[in-house]
Structures are given as structure tokens and as C-alpha cells.
Design a binder for this molecule. Structure first.
Ligand code: ADP
Ligand code: MG
Length: 371
């Protein structure tokens, strides 16, 4: 199926290394191979410092590559080996960044008209195009207003209007909603989606916010410390994460230390087997991964555990449950399923996932963090 679609953006073996005084050499982007199809909304998701902006900046042409090749609509725009490099203004892209990069000394109309003037678009074409972009970004009527008199959301809409006024095929959005309050963020999400459907943009949307990525994307990529972890649809990544990092980055997770031996799985330090089928190709000390909203909790059936805390949340109750051996998990269940602190309870894990007990890289991640 996917092969029939037109490839709009392609990265081949793209690598970017930075040399810094304090950190030495950092591989910000490590050997990326990636295809984004025409009309697709593709999100890049990962923690601060994982290389999201660097990836986007290389696609836009603001950053040179250390190695590799980038193609837009089949045309090469960056080929390191051949020293081929097409400047940003000739790549036909619209871009919006996290900071509200609007010109404070120009009114809304002039802000949006600027890219057309720079591109030497004939004068008579400018006004209708600006007015159309403003309308699509719900800014009509505000042409003469200065950005400082507008809200954060409206300022970000100016940036969006300025990006779409050049009729780009591709929109690159780098955390464009991060500086907005949560409610406005959700509204803007819908507006971006609507614009995409109207204009059939190919969008690369960078975010560290998983729900934003899940809501907007046709496909997404989770990355960590310069490496692609997994690419797929939001449901694929949520339901079949390939490793612990992806599991923990999308949705909520419990990771329980268990020992798998002779077809049985016990919580580390306990002897009663859990009511789960042991994983096929793993044994010894491993991790049982579960989602708080998939665990069954009841009064008589399953693995005996103890409720140590109940928190009443708006749409469900959350329990902290002690499985023994110091292993505590979080469970979310409808309000009708009531347990009190100190109660015995019984739990079942209908959809367990298993991971190797890998090393943690938190120190390395912290070093890369972009402030
Ligand atoms: P993200 O957007 O995912 O937060 P970035 O792509 O901005 O991350 O950064 C990835 C890594 O590259 C970080 O460790 C960052 O410190 C480093 N980095 C980014 N830009 C530069 C630069 N111009 N010089 C040196 N290091 C950089
Ligand atoms: Mg960034």
C-alpha cells in the first residue's frame, strides 16, 4: 500500500554531529533513514535534546549535514558527499517555530505579506493571497493590528499564516504550540489539521507532547538520544512498542521486575506465580510492562495484592497496588470498582508486554537536554 504513495521527503543515512566545548562530540542525529509521504502529517516525538529540531533544521536547510542525503519531492536538496546544498528559501517550505517569531514593528498584514515580497511575487497577487491566508488562520479583520496587542494564540496564528501564504507543499512545525495554554493548544491542533486537509500539506510536526503527536499524526516517529526508536501509526506505537523507551514515552506504564523461569513468572522476591503466560524467548530477570488502564482489579480472582492508596480522579479511580517484593503498580478503573486503602485485591494482566532489564540512560539524556 505505502509503496504506491508519493514520497515527499526522504532522508538517507542522515547524520549530524556537533562538537561542543562542554560535552565533546554529540551525535544529535544518527544515521536516519526516513520516508514521509505526500499529504501525510508525520510527528517527531522525543524528550528534550533527542535531536528533533536538528532533524527539522536539516530538512529546512538551516543546518548542514555531517553525512547523508535529503530529497524533497524526489529532488536532492542536501547531498553531503557531493557538497550539494539548496538554501532554505529555494526549498519551498513553510516553517513555524516554538517562539512566536513575528515582526513586532509590522502589523498583521505586513507580517504575512513579507515572505511574498521577499519572493518578488507580483504586487497585485499579494493582497488576495495574504487575505486568504489570514482567513484560513482566523485572523481576518485584524490586518492593521500589531502583534503586541494580540494573544499568544493569535501571534502563533500569524506565524502559521506567514508559513502557508507561500503555498508550500511541506510545512515544518517545531513545537509550534508549546507556548500556548492547554485549551488553546487543543483548538490550534484542530486548526492545523483542518488546514492540512484543505491544502493537502505534508506536515512534519515536532513535539515532546505525546498526546499532541497522537492526536495529529497519521504516522509518527519516536526518537531518543539521536536515534530513531520506532516509526508507525499512533496506535501501532501505543499497542506494540518495540522497547521500554517507546512504551514509557507513549501513555502511562508500569514496569515490574519479575523472574521468568520454567514457564512461570513471579514478581522479583515473591514465590506466587502471576496469572500470565510466560514470554516465549526470554527468561531470568526481566520487566513486565503494563498499562494502568488495562489491568483488571477485583475482589476474588487473580493475583492477590494490596491496595496502598486510592486517588479519586475525575473520570476514574487510580489505585496504587503492592504486588509484594516492593513492586508497586498503578491501576486505573471506573469509579464503581471501589477498594479502600489497606484492602486486599486481586489483579490480572490481560495484555502483558515484556522487556529486557536494560541499562538506564538518564544521565546521558540529561546531558543532551536543550533548555
Ligand atoms: P530537541 O529539539 O530534540 O530538543 P536538538 O535537535 O535541539 O534537540 O538538539 C540535539 C542535541 O544536539 C542536543 O544535545 C543539543 O545540545 C545539541 N545541539 C543542537 N544544536 C547545537 C549546536 N548548534 N551546537 C552544538 N550542539 C548542538
Ligand atoms: Mg527542539
Amino acid at each position: 500500500m505505502a509503496e504506491e504513495r508519493t514520497i515527499q521527503i526522504e532522508l538517507k543515512h542522515v547524520t549530524k554531529r556537533f562538537t561542543t566545548k562542554t560535552l565533546g562530540e554529540v551525535t544529535a542525529v544518527n544515521d536516519f533513514n526516513l520516508k514521509v509521504y505526500e499529504g501525510e502529517c508525520f510527528s517527531i516525538l522525543g524528550p528534550s535534546g533527542c535531536g528533533k529540531s536538528t532533524t527539522l533544521r536539516m530538512i529546512a536547510g538551516f543546518e548542514d549535514l555531517s553525512e547523508g542525503e535529503i530529497y524533497l519531492s524526489g529532488e536532492p536538496v542536501s547531498i553531503k558527499k557531493k557538497n550539494l546544498y539548496v538554501p532554505p528559501e529555494d526549498r519551498g517550505l513553510g516553517m513555524v517555530f516554538q517562539a512566536f517569531a513575528v515582526w513586532p514593528h509590522m502589523n498583521v498584514y505586513k507580517n504575512v505579506a513579507l515572505p511574498l515580497k521577499v519572493a518578488k511575487v507580483p504586487k497585485e497577487e499579494i493582497k488576495p493571497r495574504v487575505m486568504k491566508a489570514l482567513k484560513h488562520c482566523s485572523l481576518d479583520g485584524l490586518e492593521k493590528v500589531y502583534p503586541s496587542d494580540l494573544s499568544g494564540g493569535q501571534q502563533q496564528r500569524i506565524a502559521l499564516a506567514r508559513a502557508i501564504v507561500i503555498n508550500p507543499k511541506i510545512l515544518l512545525l517545531d513545537e509550534p504550540l508549546s507556548n500556548l495554554d492547554p485549551k488553546l493548544r487543543e483548538t490550534m491542533r484542530f486548526e492545523i489539521k483542518k488546514l492540512q486537509q484543505e491544502f493537502n500539506f505534508t506536515i512534519i510536526f515536532v513535539t515532546h507532547d505525546q498526546s499532541e503527536a497522537m492526536a495529529l499524526s497519521d504516522r509518527m516517529m519516536v526518537m531518543d538520544m539521536g536515534n530513531i526508536q520506532q516509526v508507525g501509526t499512533p496506535t501501532e506505537l501505543y499497542n506494540k512498542p518495540i522497547n521500554k523507551f517507546v512504551h514509557s514515552f507513549l501513555g502511562q506504564s508500569n514496569f515490574t521486575q519479575v523472574i521468568a523461569e520454567n514457564g512461570k513468572v513471579c514478581v522479583k522476591g515473591c514465590t506466587t506465580p502471576l496469572p500470565v503466560e510466560a514470554p516465549k524467548n526470554m527468561s531470568g530477570e526481566i520487566l513486565l510492562a503494563t498499562r494502568p488502564n488495562t489491568i483488571e482489579i477485583n475482589h476474588s480472582d487473580g493475583y492477590k495484592a494490596k491496595v496502598i492508596k486510592r486517588v479519586f480522579l475525575t473520570d476514574f479511580s487510580q489505585y496504587l497496588v503492592d504486588l509484594g517484593g516492593g513492586q508497586i503498580i498503578r491501576i486505573q478503573t471506573p469509579h464503581r470498582n471501589i477498594f479502600r486503602q489497606g484492602d486486599d485485591c486481586y489483579v490480572k494482566f490481560p495484555s502483558p508486554m515484556w522487556y529486557e532489564k536494560g541499562e538506564e540512560d538518564d544521565a546521558e539524556r540529561a546531558k543532551r537536554m536543550v533548555i
